[in-house]
Ligand binder design. Structure first.
Ligand SMILES: [Mg+2]
Length: 280
């Protein structure tokens, strides 16, 4: 789909503009599928451009001014870890899992596991009847329906899924997928809460002390980040479609170009700022 059908949005500020000496520390966050890699028919078939891990490996450590780069995805941490450098913080499973400073922090409400036992057979029977496939991500289930849109791409499918989900599970539409996601219960929470990339990222940014976030994402679940207003969020929508983001890039290649400039900018700034600090 071309973004020409939607209100034009400006290109994001350059890494140089966002990495000035006087800028506040910034969290640079990238969604994975559709943002760093092109969407593939199944998640395991993605083509991971070898330049991306090379760039990420130069960005996992704190950058100039304490800025940081991380990934935030609907994929499970276990899956995401195959693509991320050691030591990079991650948010996985639509916000339900963090990897922070090498430690895993899962927040799944225990009721999820009872729900799976009870309702998953019904969901599988529905897929057997209507087509599509089920991906088991542990703390979420994803119905892929690229080849079975006649049922799954309809309001009726959403009604059926919301009935199955009841009040226990969060139903999130994606790009030719439906996600059924456990609710979250972090330490100290009395009741489980609906978790999303946006909710989780705001909690994460506060926990590690960032007030400014630059976020690249391509799909409906990323809107939960773009819509937040508690922090300064510079949202960058990847590709066409309505969005609450302030900026847009056309495709994954443009994200790659931006990421590669971020690497150059950080490497240059590390040297230059080191000299400034040494001079006092
Ligand atoms: Mg995506």
């Amino acid at each position: 789909m071309s973004s020409l059908h939607f209100p034009a949005l400006p290109s994001p500020p350059s890494p140089e503009e966002l990495t000035r000496f006087e800028c506040p520390p910034t969290l640079f966050v990238f969604d994975f599928d559709g943002t760093l890699v092109d969407i593939a028919p199944t998640p395991d078939l993605v083509h991971f451009d070898p330049r991306v891990p090379h760039w990420l490996s130069q960005l996992y450590d704190a950058g100039p001014n304490g800025s940081r780069v991380m990934l935030c995805s609907g994929r499970s941490l276990r899956d995401l870890e195959r693509y991320a450098p050691d030591g990079m913080d991650l948010i996985g499973s639509h916000g339900l899992e963090w990897r922070r400073g090498f430690a895993h922090e899962p927040w799944v409400a225990p009721e999820w596991w009872d729900w799976r036992k009870q309702m998953e057979p019904e969901l599988r029977a529905l897929i057997a009847e209507e087509g599509g496939s089920l991906e088991d991500k542990g703390v979420s289930l994803t119905v892929h329906f690229r080849s079975a849109r006649h049922f799954w791409d309809t309001p009726e499918a959403e009604i059926v899924l919301r009935r199955l989900a009841g009040s226990t599970v969060n139903v999130l539409p994606g790009k030719l997928v439906w996600n059924l996601v456990a609710r979250g219960q972090a330490p100290g929470m009395v009741e489980p809460e609906i978790m999303s990339k946006g909710e989780s990222l705001v909690r994460y940014a506060r926990a590690v002390g960032y007030s400014r976030v630059v976020y690249f994402g391509d799909e409906p679940t990323d809107e939960t980040v773009f819509e937040r207003d508690e922090l300064e969020i510079l949202g960058v929508k990847v590709g066409g479609g309505e969005t609450a983001a302030r900026f847009r890039v056309e495709n994954v290649s443009e994200v790659h170009a931006w990421l590669s400039k971020l690497v150059d900018t950080w490497n240059a700034a590390r040297g230059e700022w080191g000299v400034r600090r040494a001079r006092g």
